[in-house]
Design a protein around this ligand. Structure first.
Ligand SMILES: Cc1cc2nc3c(=O)[nH]c(=O)nc-3n(C[C@H](O)[C@H](O)[C@H](O)COP(=O)(O)OP(=O)(O)OC[C@H]3O[C@@H](n4cnc5c(N)ncnc54)[C@H](O)[C@@H]3O)c2cc1C
Length: 243
């Protein structure tokens, strides 16, 4: 199989989404459209000063496919992590080498099955791409998202998600905090606490598909719950791990 294409991408916009997560919008230097299937990721080559060779790190694409050659990443700053620290400090206009798209964690834009998305932190990035693509395709198939974070200020894309729940009757949302302050009136606990109830709400619309993304510990617990405890067949459970 041919390796995924390599291209150069220039940092066109960068800002903090939360205290630990930075949004980076890149623009392809070759001006080609950024063609990919929502859920796919790219490798970015990071020229860390002092390293023998560029560090290669994978990042899921957080935007939906765009014709203008731009694509968006959301990167968690990992304590002591060379790659994520480099990207958090990257200056506007910097050009990096990238490779992709690649990966099989995807949802068809014409999917009609009711769908449950489960994510913690930047695990939401590929699911955001799938969600925006569904909105752009005019989909009306039910989608519920369970997004978890420790604290309220760590919730990614909160304003955008709350606005989507108002604009799209088919989309619903559970924002859950594992360490919410006393003033948090919303759901609490780990994402997996809310999976069974969310699936019960989707099942009347047909057999739901579940997409879980984030760190391995959470993804394994959700897979186990959905496949073993709830008895979902393999083809209805999709997952991507970042570690
Ligand atoms: C398919 C794929 C898609 C990915 N997409 C994203 C993405 O959209 N956004 C993103 O921030 N990261 C993403 N990652 C993780 C990313 O590739 C790096 O692992 C991460 O940025 C840490 O790299 P580092 O060099 O800073 O730290 P390293 O020293 O390489 O890693 C240190 C440790 O950080 C932990 N870690 C990795 N990712 C995260 C995270 N998101 N949050 C908290 N801890 C983490 C792991 O346990 C790892 O062992 C993805 C990984 C894969 C395999």
């Amino acid at each position: 199989m041919a390796p995924p294409p390599r291209f150069f991408a220039r940092l066109a916009l960068t800002e903090n989404l939360t205290p630990l997560v930075r949004r980076l919008v890149f623009s392809r230097e070759d001006a080609l459209p950024m063609a990919f299937t929502p859920g796919q990721w790219v490798n970015i080559f990071l020229p860390i000063p002092g390293a023998d060779a560029p560090l290669r790190r994978a990042y899921s694409i957080a935007s939906s496919p765009r014709a203008d050659g731009t694509f968006e990443l959301a990167v968690t700053r990992v304590s002591g992590g060379a790659g994520s620290t480099f990207l958090h400090e990257l200056s506007l206009g910097s050009v990096l080498n990238a490779e992709g798209p690649q990966g099989f964690f995807s949802r068809s834009q014409s999917a009609t099955s009711p769908t449950l998305f489960v994510a913690t932190g930047t695990g939401f990035t590929p699911l955001r791409s799938m969600l925006l693509a569904a909105v752009e395709a005019g989909s009306t198939s039910p989608v519920h998202l369970i997004l978890g974070a420790r604290h309220e200020e760590d919730l990614l894309y909160r304003a955008e998600l709350e606005s989507l729940t108002r604009a799209c009757p088919w989309f619903s949302l559970t924002l859950t905090l594992s360490q919410g302050s006393a003033s948090w009136a919303g759901p609490r606990g780990y994402v997996q606490t809310h999976v069974t109830t969310a699936l019960a709400g989707l099942t009347p619309h047909g057999p739901p598909h579940v997409y879980a993304c984030g760190l391995q510990r959470m993804v394994s617990v959700v897979r186990e719950l959905v496949r073993k405890d709830l008895g979902f067949p393999r083809e209805q459970m999709h997952s991507e791990r970042f570690d």
